[in-house]
Design a protein around this ligand. Structure first.
Ligand code: ZN
Length: 243
């Protein structure tokens, strides 16, 4: 079975469509949260996502903010501006769908969260020390995370010393996991690793193989819709830089 793994779509429909095209064929989809926030297509992205086969999706911090679970004051000014806009345009049935998302899903030997296993919605795993602490926060072989928008793997190299290795991912990378690991597939709709292409991962459970990929998409058309919606211009300009 081929699983498409995506995260941080951030209401960018062109990026989501490009990933779905590039990832074919796949049998099921795991999504690691932040479906909305920043981008111009929140309703369209939720509706597209909901139609995907065997979808499993956890809640991100932007998803939690729009349904009132996180105080908007916890976000920076530009993120708040897009959350204010989102609150006005989100359709009731899509709001209800965001509200229905859980913070943690366990599927066999894989745990899905947005931020980190010990703090599923809010903590960023941006360094080895934080990854090390979090290795004890899940029981499965693998924990999939999003939130930082940086595609990478943290792997427990030595159970005795708790040594953790940190590996950044490049398009075309294929890997096999034989130790406890925290894996981040990067961001579909707002990459922050200086590569503006949409990021995604494929897991083939028959081969035990994970692979990392990028998909090009029409960034300009998304930028136009961001500006037309009156969203912060920085959300548009940063798409072209992947930062
Ligand atoms: Zn995000």
């Amino acid at each position: 079975m081929r699983t498409l793994i995506i995260s941080d779509i951030h209401a960018n429909l062109n990026a989501l469509e490009a990933v779905l095209d590039a990832a074919e064929p796949f049998d099921r989809v795991w999504c690691l949260g932040d479906v909305v926030g920043y981008g111009p297509d929140p309703n369209e992205c939720i509706e597209r996502l909901r139609d995907l086969p065997e979808l499993e999706c956890v809640k991100g911090n932007h998803d939690a903010a729009i349904i009132g679970e996180i105080d908007m004051a916890a976000f920076n000014y530009e993120a708040q501006a897009s959350l204010d806009w989102l609150a006005r345009v989100i359709k009731p049935r899509n709001y209800a769908w965001l509200d229905s998302l859980g913070e943690r899903i366990v599927l066999g030997e894989t745990t899905l969260v947005h931020g980190s296993p010990r703090n599923p919605v809010w903590e960023y795993i941006m360094d080895i020390e934080t990854a090390q602490i979090n290795m004890n926060g899940f029981e499965t072989d693998v924990c999939l995370i999003g939130h930082t928008h940086i595609p990478c793997i943290f792997q427990l190299e030595d159970v005795r010393t708790q040594d953790v290795g940190w590996y950044l991912l490049l398009p075309g990378n294929i890997f096999y996991i034989d130790r406890k690991a925290i894996i981040n597939p990067g961001s579909v709709g707002q990459p922050r690793d200086h590569d503006p292409r949409a990021a995604f991962m494929i897991y083939d459970d028959e081969l035990g193989q994970w692979s990392f990929h990028r998909a090009t998409y029409d960034i300009e058309s998304v930028q136009k819709r961001i500006r037309a919606a009156g969203l912060p211009h920085h959300h548009a300009s940063r798409l072209a830089q992947g930062w």
